[in-house]
Ligand binder design. Structure first.
Ligand SMILES: Cc1cc2nc3c(=O)[nH]c(=O)nc-3n(C[C@H](O)[C@H](O)[C@H](O)COP(=O)(O)OP(=O)(O)OC[C@H]3O[C@@H](n4cnc5c(N)ncnc54)[C@H](O)[C@@H]3O)c2cc1C
Length: 441
């Protein structure tokens, strides 16, 4: 996992960076400091936890290796949607039972609602659009399953999803040669994630949270009186309690408990220049709905409010320049195939980031075993805008002793297990990509 540079630019080339103009750089930690809480990571999880902790009068600092939103929170597709686990709804029911599957579903909806409320109450202007999300069948057999899926969503969770035929899709401005019908689930919305995460940071600073940028925590050790000591290259923080919010960007040795438990996987995004009216109508895509296809190695895409098109994919194994170039070129090939009328439209921005998986394919929110006073919330499986936001807040309440873990859905309460032979995670991924690509045909 490449660490952000100690000096120089922290830009990753995203459209989001450009869209917010300048990003405030917080100071580095020099010397010694003491707080009630130290949080590792300034993304949605860490900032949400920090804001909630200040509500209880706690003094809080955040140690961030890069700057606010340098990790996945400033790089993602901006789909504030259902997700957080890689288990299907049916697998969730089989593993945890219907009541707990409902509890998990309700938690996801509460999480989306929480983001919506924050945008309003913190007055964050984040270019919100899209009523819910549409899943597009990339082959006719997937479309055949949508009616049953809509019934399942209604029977299990009371969600009224709508099935759209290929003709309906064309009428609603969602056309493409690979779309064989759609399932519109009216939950969630889209936003500019960098505007959201910077808005959270503004709120946190205003509440007195000290954010230290370019200050990676390189060790967490017990200190006197049950406190913890966190080291950075140029300083030390002593804290009564610690919250780990590094997700896919966490160092595996900080603390050692993390080793082998998380699986960072790459996802890449390209954004085009703004499309003209003629280009939109040539392709038959004018909808502002956020969309994804039914592939396991899914594509996710949406028309942005300024008419750029955002297109994201999974894939990529190595972070060498040549491998990254191949990854971006493969994404562009997929885009050209799925949106042929836009073959000639330039990509203005392309970037990538890491999403975080676990062996059990579910997130974790709770205490770190055998580290009294240390808590973690992580592994949103590629859908963390909503889940990380709510879970950061819940983790703060857990750490304050205001709620117990039993108030959370069972699916997110078991500490992640280690992967067998963790050094081979890259090889598993290579195998998984090969297998899923075969299944997605
Ligand atoms: C390309 C891409 C597209 C995505 N699209 C979507 C989407 O459309 N919708 C959605 O819901 N989710 C999406 N996600 C996932 C979502 O972005 C993440 O789940 C979410 O941002 C995680 O937030 P977080 O705060 O837990 O972690 P992050 O935002 O990754 O923040 C962790 C921070 O911790 C810091 N850190 C780590 N270790 C240390 C340390 N030792 N010391 C100091 N700092 C440290 C890192 O620098 C980083 O800034 C996407 C992710 C990617 C990469």
């Amino acid at each position: 996992m490449p660490l952000p540079p100690d000096t120089g630019s922290l830009n990753v080339g995203s459209f989001w960076e450009e869209s917010v103009g300048s990003i405030q750089e917080d100071p580095k930690l020099f010397g010694e400091a003491a707080f009630d809480f130290a949080i590792v990571g300034a993304g949605f999880t860490g900032l949400s936890a920090a804001i909630a902790l200040t509500g209880a009068g706690a003094s809080v600092c955040i140690l961030e290796a890069g700057r606010v939103g340098w990790g996945a929170s400033g790089r993602n597709g901006g789909f504030c949607c259902l997700g957080g686990s890689k288990l299907s709804d049916r697998q969730m029911v089989r593993r945890y039972g219907l009541d707990q599957a409902r509890a998990y579903f309700d938690y996801q909806c509460e999480a989306i609602e929480a983001v919506s409320n924050r945008l309003e109450s913190y007055q964050i202007e984040a270019d919100r659009h899209s009523h819910g999300e549409i899943y597009l069948a990339h082959r006719p057999s997937d479309f055949a399953g949508f009616a049953e899926e809509a019934r399942f969503l209604d029977d299990s969770y009371g969600i009224k999803a709508r099935v759209l035929s290929p003709g309906d899709l064309r009428t609603e401005g969602i056309a493409g040669p690979e779309f064989h019908g759609g399932l519109h689930v009216p939950v969630g919305f889209a936003l500019n994630p960098m505007k959201y995460v910077q808005g959270l940071a503004r709120k946190a600073r205003a509440r007195g949270v000290r954010i230290y940028a370019r200050s990676p925590a390189t060790g967490i050790e017990p200190a006197l009186d049950g406190a913890w000591s966190l080291k950075t290259p140029e300083g030390t923080v002593r804290a009564g309690k610690v919250i780990l919010a590094g997700n896919a960007y966490a160092r595996e040795d900080t603390p050692a408990w993390l080793k082998g438990r998380l699986f960072p996987v790459m996802s890449s995004i390209l954004v085009t220049r703004p499309l003209t009216d003629a280009e939109l109508s040539d392709q038959g895509w004018t909808s502002d709905l956020m969309a994804s296809d039914t592939r396991t190695l899914l594509h996710y895409f949406r028309l942005l409010p300024d008419r750029r098109f955002l297109f994201g994919t999974r894939g990529g194994l190595f972070e060498t320049q040549s491998s990254l170039s191949r990854m971006h070129a493969a994404a562009r090939d997929d885009f050209d195939r799925m949106f042929p009328a836009w073959r000639g439209v330039e990509t203005s921005h392309a970037w990538y980031g890491h999403v975080c998986l676990t062996r059990d394919l579910v997130p974790y929110v709770g205490p770190v075993p055998r580290m009294d006073g240390v808590f973690a919330a992580m592994a949103w499986h590629g859908s963390g805008i909503a889940m990380a936001s709510l879970s950061g807040e819940k983790l703060a309440e857990l750490a304050l002793g205001r709620i117990g873990q039993d108030s959370l859905p069972q699916a997110i309460t078991a500490p992640p297990r280690k992967f067998p032979l963790p050094a081979l995670r890259g090889a598993y991924l290579q195998g998984a990509y090969w297998w899923y690509a075969l299944q997605d045909r």
